[in-house]
Design a protein around this ligand. Structure first.
Ligand code: PLP
Length: 417
């Protein structure tokens, strides 16, 4: 019954150090966020002890009367938040949700068509070392080489040429809206199912600040931990006709017992996502990304070869284009890290530099919006980043500016691990 500190001081120390890192730096990895304390509480609860294979009311274990309530709440809240007929809230992660979606919509050897990984797609959309690339026959569409946007004529041509069973719309690194209605039309034309992976932009959809894929797609998958800001996990929405297939693809198809502590935490996150505070946070998230894009397009950085892919953003992230900069992605990531800002380097489409180096950065605003940042703070962050990306930048004063922001916006005040 000892505390973590008593039983395992080494791991307790990791938790302390990580809390300190999160508090003292500016987290701008586009796929990360800070969960509310209510989510931490649900995830660190006794629900982690419970086996609950099956679904509410139809479990393979006794004693599920309380976890059933949690899962029903999570399902109903997810459905109502996104206006969906059906929800499965059991996937342990986004990748596992996606494995279940393909399991339900396709058979091994079937052709799938998604955005190429090098152009912003995800590993689970057909990367050759991933299950999706090994089990399915993968075809890809790229962005337009001039505009760097997904062009529906290119998608249509690829769909006609490859005749896929499943078309995938969704991305991990792309700064614009997708035209879900056009994807639907193309899927219908070639007789494909349409799967939208909204892992990144689900929070914006929930806040009505991004077009919803739900009425257009056969199936929609998502994570809960990116823009939504809930527990690290996944979920699936669909039209009712896919309910049985998807449920059986998740369990027993892909998983055993659901993580009921995570399911309960998802219920909490979906409840919060229906509120006005959440909507305001998503609004600040997009505003912050747009402020950053605007700053990185200004003359003083443009003259150093720094630019922004597609000339701006509609979402929670900015793709910085360093193809014409002396800095490569790795150097830029390291420089920002030394100033106390965490981002990730990212290949840009048609990247001339190797994948471990890259010519881009992916910078996201969800975690800082959760921390409370608004217009003024995002202007300051954008200026710090612009200053750091200039040759010979003096990092010391930038570190102080970062420290001022982290101090003014304390993270998890009073929380000790
Ligand atoms: N789908 C997309 C579009 C993603 O960007 C990600 C995460 O990066 C995933 C799925 C996978 O989520 P997870 O890391 O939870 O497996």
């Amino acid at each position: 019954n000892g505390s973590l500190q008593d039983i395992d001081p080494e791991i307790a120390d990791v938790l302390d150090q990580e809390l300190g890192r999160q508090r003292d730096t500016l987290e701008m990895i586009a796929s990360e966020n800070f969960v509310p304390r209510a989510v931490l509480q649900a995830q660190g609860s006794v629900l982690t002890n419970k086996y609950a294979e099956g679904y509410p009311g139809r479990r393979y274990y006794g004693g599920c009367e309380y976890v059933d309530v949690a899962e029903n709440l999570a399902r109903e809240r997810a459905k109502s938040l996104f206006g969906a007929d059906f929800a499965n809230v059991q996937p342990h992660s986004g990748a596992q949700a996606n494995a279940a979606v393909l399991h339900a919509l396709a058979s091994a050897g079937d052709r799938i068509l998604g955005l190429e990984l090098a152009h912003g797609g995800h590993l689970t959309h057909g990367m050759k070392l991933n299950f999706s690339g090994k089990l399915y026959d993968v075809a890809g569409y790229g962005v337009d080489p001039q505009t760097f946007r997904v062009d529906m004529d290119i998608v249509r041509d690829a769909a006609r040429k490859h005749q896929p069973q499943v078309i995938i719309a969704g991305w991990s690194a792309y700064p614009r809206h997708l035209d879900f209605a056009a994807f639907r039309e193309i899927a219908d034309e070639v007789g494909a199912k349409l799967w939208v992976d909204m892992a990144h932009f689900a929070g914006l959809v929930a806040a009505d600040l991004h077009p919803t894929p739900v009425p257009h797609a056969d199936v929609v998958s998502s994570t809960v931990h990116k823009t939504i800001g809930g527990p690290r996990s996944g979920f699936i929405l669909a039209k009712q006709e896919y309910a049985k297939k998807l449920n059986s693809a998740v369990f027993p198809g892909q998983q055993g017992g659901p993580l009921m502590h995570a399911v309960a935490a998802k219920a909490v996150a979906f409840k919060l996502a229906a509120g006005e505070e959440f909507r305001d946070r998503q609004r600040r998230t997009i505003e912050g990304a747009q402020i950053l894009a605007e700053r990185l397009l200004a003359d003083d950085v443009a003259s150093e070869g720094v630019s922004v892919l597609t000339g701006g953003t509609d979402v929670h992230l900015v793709l910085v284009d360093l193809r014409n900069s002396k800095l490569d992605g790795q150097q830029a990531e390291d420089l920002l890290h030394s100033a106390g800002i965490t981002v990730n380097r990212n290949a840009v489409p048609f990247d001339p530099r190797p994948p471990m180096v890259t010519s881009g950065l992916r910078i996201g605003t969800p975690a800082l919006a959760t921390r409370g940042f608004g217009e003024a703070e995002f202007r300051e962050v954008a200026d710090i980043i612009a200053s750091a990306l200039k040759p010979g930048a003096d990092i010391e004063p930038l570190k102080l500016r970062v420290k001022k922001l982290t101090t003014e916006f304390p993270l998890y005040p009073g929380l000790e691990q």
